[in-house]
Design a protein around this ligand. Structure first.
Ligand SMILES: Cc1cc2nc3c(=O)[nH]c(=O)nc-3n(C[C@H](O)[C@H](O)[C@H](O)COP(=O)(O)OP(=O)(O)OC[C@H]3O[C@@H](n4cnc5c(N)ncnc54)[C@H](O)[C@@H]3O)c2cc1C
Length: 384
């Protein structure tokens, strides 16, 4: 049952809301965590957790159990069909987790939820936030069943279509068109590609990401002009045929899960409005190229949990302004990086040889490879 009052109301028990609640609980602070869904989703969705994120999750006791459930990938490779243009090695990263961890989002959420339970917290379901009245001393949240909760602070971790963001009047502008269209699936494939690396194929028709998942399946993510409503094996086979390896082509044998989505590149105009703080997809969304979205949200969540805990312990609430001011530029950087990866595929045919030359030259330079690895892995300046 919902409490009448709480110090912190976390709206949304996706990876961001769970990580914020675990961080607070680790500091000995209790948050009320609500989600509108009756049970957690079981689908795989975001499938990569990078080393920089694992380092942050280590601080809240989540990295080791998560690593035990995932598949480490030691390289990120950019290809044009059979040609390797650029290899980014993760195995020299300055980390206890020198790899990109391939693991289903359902597993990531389950590990976070287990940790929260271990620290005495839990998620209250199904409670859908429908109203939020803000005042100088906090906020009164209203739920679909008519319940109300008075909170000193409200964390909007309720995803891309955040109700908290909307009710707090925080802008999330962007173009009116429906955004980039993506198809994704977890498949079984006969493939000659090595299973210790994530591959990005730069095809004329758009990017195709190929990533090995624990237990044998492969995750495909492709930008497409028009995604079919119910993607089938033949759609993914066609994508592999037009963009994937040519000499020894992959063969799809089974589709385990598939989906489609459209996405814009957007950032909230501010991460704080009075008692409301935003984190994760509620604060930023962008293309899945580079697998950065959920990672950025997890790192937001730990930073916000630390800041809120310090304020609850008597610190000044300017710490929350510092959170907002520090995290938004990081989202701008990640959006720019994801857009850059997408632009690499949009190069016109005449300029492709030059692009490939530049990538291969970059691949030969150890400092460039190292910088790219650190960038992809999501290491952030300390203190943000
Ligand atoms: C099909 C699909 C595939 C994806 N693939 C990738 C990928 O390959 N790589 C990648 O980086 N990212 C991917 N993403 C995005 C990734 O899933 C998100 O970045 C990540 O889930 C963000 O976490 P979050 O906790 O901020 O938000 P969410 O995971 O969206 O969680 C928000 C939570 O808030 C709850 N909620 C919403 N509104 C309310 C309300 N009014 N009241 C109470 N609860 C509410 C929701 O039920 C949900 O549980 C994918 C997303 C989808 C849908």
């Amino acid at each position: 049952m919902l409490p009448e009052r709480t110090d912190v109301l976390v709206v949304g028990a996706g990876p961001t809301g769970l990580a914020a609640a675990v961080t607070l609980a680790g500091h000995g602070m209790t948050a009320t965590v609500v989600d509108r869904l009756p049970t957690p989703p079981l689908t795989s969705r975001a499938a990569v957790v990078h080393a920089g994120t694992l380092e942050v999750l280590d601080r809240i006791g989540v990295a080791a159990p998560l690593a035990a459930r995932g598949l480490p990938s030691t390289r990120f490779t950019v290809r044009d069909r059979d040609r390797v243009l650029l290899t980014v090695p993760f195995d020299r990263l300055p980390s206890r987790y020198p790899y990109a961890l391939l693991v289903s989002q359902a597993e990531t959420e389950a590990v976070l939820a287990d940790r929260l339970t271990g620290l005495g917290g839990r998620v209250l379901r199904p409670y859908e936030l429908t109203g939020l009245d803000l005042d100088g001393a906090g906020a009164t949240a209203t739920f679909a069943g008519g319940e109300t909760v008075r909170a000193r602070w409200v964390v909007g971790a309720d995803g891309m279509r955040s109700r908290v963001r909307e009710l707090a009047g925080i802008g999330f502008g962007g173009p009116a068109d429906p955004g980039e269209s993506f198809l994704l699936a977890d498949l079984r494939v006969d493939s000659a590609l090595p299973r210790d690396q994530v591959n990005l194929f730069l095809a004329r028709q758009g990017p195709l990401v190929w990533a090995p998942l624990p237990g044998g399946p492969v995750r495909l993510v492709a930008a497409v002009d028009d995604a079919p409503r119910e993607p089938e094996a033949r759609h993914f086979q066609a994508l592999l045929d037009e963009r994937g390896p040519a000499r020894r082509p992959d063969r799809v044998t089974d589709v385990l899960w598939s989906s489609r989505f459209r996405i814009h590149h957007r950032i909230a105009s501010s991460y704080r409005s009075g008692p409301v703080l935003l984190a994760g997809d509620a604060a930023h969304v962008h293309s899945p190229a580079g697998g950065q979205g959920m990672n950025l949200g997890l790192r937001d969540a730990v930073a916000l949990g630390d800041a809120l805990a310090a304020v609850l312990a008597g610190g000044p609430d300017t710490l929350l302004d510092a959170y907002a001011a520090a995290r938004r530029p990081l989202a701008e950087e990640v959006l720019g990086f994801a857009a850059g990866l997408t632009r690499l595929t949009a190069v016109p045919p005449a300029a492709r040889p030059l692009r490939d030359l530049v990538l291969r030259a970059a691949s030969g330079l150890a400092p460039v490879r190292r910088r790219l690895a650190v960038r992809l892995a999501g290491f952030e300046p300390t203190g943000r």
